[in-house]
Design a protein around this ligand. Structure first.
Ligand SMILES: [Zn+2]
Length: 497
């Protein structure tokens, strides 16, 4: 089965064929670092993380395969300049704070960092952008007006092909100078802005000025990847004018297709409404992490990631606190199942069973069900990242693993190593950070063995005493099994533990 992605350019699902063997060229629009990113932004970044991880997963058998992923940091544009001027500090100082926060937020959500993150205000990037503008002036696709340079959209016959907007009636030679503008205006947009009082500027053949926002993505994508790339992704709000303008600038300069597959994530609603500060339903990631649930515990970062991940990227996601509760329950199920396996391994079915084994995963006869569900999960993701079906199959696997534990079913070391491998695979794919703890400390195992022994003799008092000791002293928690199951341990690592 081939990978299929919904391509905004054609408006339908298409077979995905990479341009190069062994590498995917992918560009995603990065943040404008003028404020903390909100959960609507992170929905898009989580979707792009899944896309990146899925491509690595899908092509993992190809030697040295890599996803060459570029994401820009917009650190000079209308919004960042306005913010720096408002605070009365240099632009670089203003944007650094929000860029650092953004990178920290990506790490919090266990989002893979892109291969390259070029900065719009970087001197080398500015020079590349100037060259691109010069090329567009040279071939009549752009013109200079009072020290600014504009893209001439009447000269680009496919203008509107991504957004499917009929902009013909608006092509009157009107010009826009701002980075973000009315969704229905097909105007000559600014590539290079003549310097203004209180704005940073760079020398150019057209006098001092600075790049317009749209220009950087064209320039960086072609410079750091290639003139034609495989995938460009972003939020749906970027389709027009930003991505439409990127196509115009790039294709007018090279005469080649800029991007083969355009993927766009729908933005989210919070409690059924568009996020807005005035409605009180506007959340940055930091706002959510500082909130407590009904039980008085902070919301957990992986529950937030799960909530953002679990709705298909082209479906409207309605973010609610109930959804976050459900996400929490699902993360708990994953954790419980993993730590049960890790504990049983540590208890000595075979001590080294905490070592993941691909060979055991692929060959152990008792893991045939797991392999089947894993295949279904992978196939669901091949179908335009069908996350709902993928997650449904993931929980089928957990059900199967959990069914092994009561009493009579013997689990051998090789089987456990195969299961641990499965959890590593899942973490590679979804980035939910389930299997990062690889082993149970010796002291905890010894205490756990005593608990099991006491419980076997029905001496519950001493068993409870040791349990309390583990909980208080070791950073681990004891969980009693269902009848016939041994007690197991779990590392305290989520906010609810
Ligand atoms: Zn962009």
């Amino acid at each position: 089965m081939n990978i299929q992605f919904h391509n905004t350019l054609s408006g339908k699902k298409e077979d995905f064929q990479p341009i190069r063997a062994g590498e995917i060229l992918m560009y995603t629009c990065g943040p404008t670092v003028y404020d903390y990113a909100h959960i609507g932004n992170f929905r898009t970044f989580v979707f792009e993380d899944l896309l990146h991880r899925f491509l690595e997963f899908h092509f993992r058998e190809i030697k040295d395969f890599k996803v060459n992923h570029v994401m820009n940091i917009t650190d000079v544009d209308d919004k960042t300049i306005a913010g720096a001027n408002r605070d009365g500090i240099p632009l670089a100082q203003y944007t650094k704070k929000y860029e650092d926060a953004f990178i920290e937020d990506l790490k919090t959500l266990n989002i893979k960092l892109p291969t390259v993150m070029p900065h719009a205000a970087d001197e080398k990037e500015i020079q590349s952008m100037i060259q691109l503008v010069a090329k567009l002036i040279g071939n009549n696709h752009a013109y200079v007006k009072e020290g600014s340079v504009y893209f001439r959209i009447s000269e680009f016959k496919n203008y509107g092909k991504l957004s499917k907007k009929d902009l013909a009636q608006n092509i009157t030679g009107a010009r826009v100078d701002v980075d973000e503008y009315d969704k229905e205006v097909g105007a000559d947009f600014v590539l290079w802005k003549a310097t203004k009082e209180g704005e940073p500027s760079w020398d150019s053949p057209w006098g001092k000025g600075r790049p317009g926002w749209h220009l950087e993505c064209s320039s960086m994508s072609m410079k750091h990847l290639a003139e034609t790339i495989d995938i460009h992704a972003g939020g749906e709000d970027l389709i027009f004018p930003h991505h439409e303008n990127e196509i115009a600038q790039s294709e007018a300069a090279t005469g080649k297709p800029f991007v083969k597959y355009w993927l766009h994530a729908k933005h989210l609603l919070v409690n059924g409404e568009k996020m807005s500060k005035s409605k009180g339903n506007f959340f940055t990631l930091r706002d959510l992490l500082a909130k407590k649930d009904k039980s008085g515990k902070f919301y957990d970062k992986m529950a937030i990631k799960y909530a953002l991940l679990s709705t298909h990227y082209r479906t409207q996601l309605n973010f609610t606190f109930e959804l976050l509760e459900e996400a929490k329950e699902n993360i708990k199920k994953l954790d419980d199942c993993y730590f049960k396996c890790l504990s049983v391994a540590a208890l000595g079915v075979e001590r080294e069973a905490n070592v993941a084994s691909k060979k055991d995963f692929e060959n152990h006869p008792k893991l045939s069900g797991l392999r089947e569900y894993t295949t279904k999960m992978a196939e669901a993701l091949q179908d335009d990242l069908n996350i709902s079906v993928a997650l449904a199959n993931l929980f089928e696997v957990l059900r199967e693993i959990n069914s092994w534990f009561p009493g009579s079913i013997a689990i051998d070391g090789s089987q456990l190593r195969g299961v641990i491998f499965f959890f590593k695979l899942i973490d590679d794919l979804f980035g939910l950070d389930v299997s990062v703890i690889n082993s149970v400390p010796e002291r905890v195992i010894e205490m756990l063995m005593k608990i099991i022994e006491f419980r076997r003799k029905k001496e519950f008092g001493p068993a409870d005493q040791i349990r309390k000791q583990i909980n208080d002293e070791t950073g681990w928690l004891v969980k009693d099994g269902r009848p016939g199951e041994p007690s197991t341990v779990k590392k305290k690592r989520r906010t609810w533990d």
